[in-house]
Design a protein around this ligand. Structure first.
Ligand code: GLN
Ligand code: ZN
Length: 758
């Protein structure tokens, strides 16, 4: 029978983050493993039932994970790094994710261009792969016991290898043949258990610019997998971009079908003719799996009909563009949202309904709708119309301001500015500073929470913040730092804090999305034109400045980072939203300097992670990202020094872009890599000032003066002292005061020692 619809995967963290809580209780030893397992079983059953009730036909099993699916796959194929081989089972699994004793955790990195992080498998030339199918088969059995006829989700061998690292620096793809053997064994086991079922093999790696060598592996790999279990229907899924080069090859193998993302990879349309000719099944991802907007059903149907003009309808299934892991669980908790805005949204649970509705209309016609579905379609049309015309979204004042924007960059060139700044700000060689935040103590969090809930008065709250700033300033003065910060006590998050004060942002109560392991984030939703009604930071920064004669650095978050860490409206280009945010930040920069602040840092922690997946898209991204950073700092006078900060990034490909941002000083995270990351700055003749982190802030360890001296000396091998600032890697919010005070004292002392060496 034809499968008419599907979801690629469902969020596993639970409606109320049950999995997070159970994991943390297990890790802290307050609950036994059985409780965690029971929670996990309940969640799976609940999520399956939800999908079935919504009318989803291809429901995933094995999309669940205690930590991460790449980690699960590493365990499944027996890719266990040496240091964990003495352990086993659950203990080993969590040790790989989080470290245990001397066995440091495996590396974690961003999953494509999302904010989800996966565990990076470590492989060697002679990796002793061995199949452990226990998790996959157990999930399959649970699902069937729960009365579900599931598809099995797997991460494909190409993606697994493409995202792995070879600890012996070889090419992971050398292992393709042997890894394929493991997948053959696995598929045979699945077939023995459930003949004929669908196996969804995720190969998102195929949306990256393809390497011909990797493309050449596709046919042999997938012919082998298809032959290993001939009754299974293999669907190869890609998402987040198009995968046209790979699709052309895949549809000419013996797989059953492909799942493509038509939301974030519109170019996938170019594959339709080939798919049609091949006779394969097409799973059309038309419901956005990674953004929170309600689909405009009529538009979705329009694009499906275009697809159906090429590929026969009875070979098309309708589904999510990617796993729903990247959106919050359910709108039902969002009782505090403006009801009009709420109407425009759709989280995982609501997306199931959309898929089911669209698939019913597409395959059977509007007449086949149940009364409830007909009602849902009506509501959908009303919401789409309201979103197109609402005055909450469209602010003519913002449009006018942007249409008439004239100040788009600073008016003095860097070479001129920097001399003026040295004179007016007055700092010598190797100036010391920090990245912004100081310890976010439990007490500070409690005070903010109590203030939010109205449990303490504004006066009490503000007195507390003032005291914190006083302490922070006193600490920095005692340490002898040159450029001070106020410590960011009023912020719980560098994006949310600004979002809350800008127009056009909405916040959820329960819109949690898994970031890694048990960690979840609650991104703001940018629903409308963005503007800044009032100054956002001036009050606390000027208070902080009034407590010291040293320069106080104003602290802002840049437009690209605000954009990347939010759910962004999809009715106008992202670059337009970014520009609106830039103008709002520019107003803040101007207000800060008018209030006497001489140094302003505009953080772009997420600049690098916003890069598109395809090289052909990069120039356009860089153009608007740079444009908007420059707009954000354009009001700064020559004597106002602009800093920016970026977290761990490889700058090799983007150094020209970094320079084009036209900041006076950039601080970067380098401590873990010695002076490696800095070399490119020297290589391209980067002329601006740089603050490479001199110690790692992720660890509670207090670095000694000698260590920091050594680190500064190694930086000086790369760049001249006139160009260097001395600072930690990143903000200090996760550290304790007992760690911060001595660390900063050692840092200042180290800078002094090196300075005196001349
Ligand atoms: N100013 C921020 C802080 O210090 C920067 C954080 C970041 O780069 N992620 O916390
Ligand atoms: Zn950082």
């Amino acid at each position: 029978m034809q499968i008419k619809n599907y979801v690629l995967g469902f969020p596993r963290i639970g409606e109320n983050r049950e999995l997070k809580k159970a994991l943390e209780a297990y890790w802290s030893g307050t609950q036994p493993l059985e409780n965690l397992e029971e929670t996990a079983r309940t969640l799976r059953r609940r999520h399956w039932a939800l999908q079935r009730e919504a009318g989803i036909e291809a429901i995933a099993c094995n999309d669940f994970s205690y930590y991460d699916l790449m980690l699960d796959t590493a365990v499944m194929v027996g890719a266990i790094p040496e240091r964990f081989r003495t352990m086993e089972g659950t203990e080993r699994y969590f040790a790989m994710a989080r470290g245990s004793g001397d066995a440091v955790a495996m590396e974690m990195t961003k999953w494509f261009n999302t904010n989800y992080h996966y565990i990076v498998p470590e492989l060697r030339a002679d990796e002793p792969f061995a199949l452990d199918a226990s998790k996959v088969l157990a999930e399959l059995r649970y699902a069937r016991e729960a009365g579900i006829d599931p598809k099995v989700n797997l991460i494909g061998p190409i993606t697994f290898l493409g995202l792995s690292k070879r600890i012996d620096r070889g090419d992971p793809f050398e292992l393709t043949g042997r890894l394929c053997g493991i997948y053959e064994e696995l598929l045979a086991k699945i077939e023995a258990e459930a003949e004929g079922i669908v196996v969804q093999i995720d190969e998102p790696y195929l949306v990256l610019d393809p390497d011909p060598a990797v493309l050449s592996l596709l046919r042999p790999t997938y012919e082998r997998l298809a032959a290993a279990a001939p009754s299974l229907r293999l669907v190869v899924a890609s998402y987040f971009e198009h995968s046209t080069e790979a699709t052309r090859i895949l549809v000419n193998t013996s797989i059953w079908g492909v799942a493509l993302d038509f939301v974030h990879g519109p170019k996938n349309r170019e594959s339709l003719e080939t798919i049609a000719a091949s006779g394969k099944v097409l799973w059309a991802g038309v419901i956005d799996g990674r953004n929170v907007w309600r689909s405009d059903i009529d538009r979705v149907l329009g694009s499906l009909e275009e697809i159906a003009a090429v590929v026969p309808k009875d070979r098309i299934a309708v589904g999510s563009s990617c796993s729903l892991l990247h959106v919050p669980y359910s709108l039902s908790h969002e009782t505090a949202l403006d009801p009009e805005i709420r109407e425009w949204l759709s989280f995982a649970e609501e997306k199931l309904q959309e898929i089911s509705l669209v698939s019913r209309i597409f395959h059977e016609g509007e007449d086949a709708l149940s009364p409830a579905q007909a009602h849902a379609l009506e509501a959908n049309r009303r919401a789409a119309a309201s979103r197109r015309s609402s005055t909450k979204i469209h602010d003519p004042a913002v449009t006018e301001r942007l249409d008439n924007l004239t100040r788009t960059e600073r008016d003095t060139p860097f070479e001129e500015r920097i001399g003026i700044q040295h004179e007016t700000i007055g700092y010598g060689v190797l100036p010391t500073t920090t990245i912004g935040s100081f310890p976010q103590t439990p007490e500070l969090r409690r005070i903010r929470r109590e203030y939010r809930r109205g449990e303490i008065s504004r006066e009490e709250y503000e007195a507390f913040i003032r005291d914190y700033i006083d302490r922070c300033v006193a600490c920095q003065e005692a340490c002898g730092l040159d450029v001070l910060v106020h410590g960011e006590p009023e912020r719980n998050d560098m994006v949310e804090y600004f979002g809350e004060q800008l127009k056009g942002f909405a916040f959820t109560l329960n819109g949690w999305v898994q970031s890694y392991g048990s960690r979840c984030v609650k991104p703001p939703i940018i629903y409308g034109d963005v503007s800044r009604p009032e100054p956002m930071t001036v009050r606390w920064i000027t208070y902080a400045q009034s407590r010291t004669d040293k320069p106080m650095k104003g602290m802002l978050t840049g437009p690209v980072t605000i954009l990347n860490w939010s759910f962004v409206r999809d009715d106008i280009p992202r670059s337009d939203v970014s520009r609106q945010i830039a103008v709002a930040i520019a107003d803040e920069v101007d207000d800060l300097q008018n209030a006497g602040i001489r140094i302003i840092q505009v953080d772009e922690a997420a600049f690098k992670e916003g890069y598109p997946l395809r090289k052909s898209e990069i120039p356009a991204y860089e153009a608007w990202a740079v444009r908007d950073f420059k707009i954000a700092v354009a009001p700064a006078w020559a004597q106002t020094q602009i800093h920016t900060h970026m977290c761990y990034s490889d700058f090799n490909d983007i150094i020209a872009t970094i320079e084009a941002m036209d900041a006076d000083v950039i601080s970067i995270e380098t401590a873990r890599s010695g002076n490696e990351l800095l070399k490119v700055f020297a290589k391209v003749g980067y002329s601006r000032e740089v603050g490479p982190g001199v110690y790692d802030i992720h660890s509670p360890r207090i670095p000694s003066t000698e260590e920091i001296v050594a680190q500064i000396r190694s930086l000086l091998e790369v760049l001249p002292k006139e160009q260097l600032w001395i600072n930690p890697d990143c903000g200090l919010k996760t550290r304790k005061w007992e760690e911060v005070e001595p660390s900063l004292r050692h840092m200042v002392e180290a800078a002094r020692i090196v300075r005196e060496e001349g």
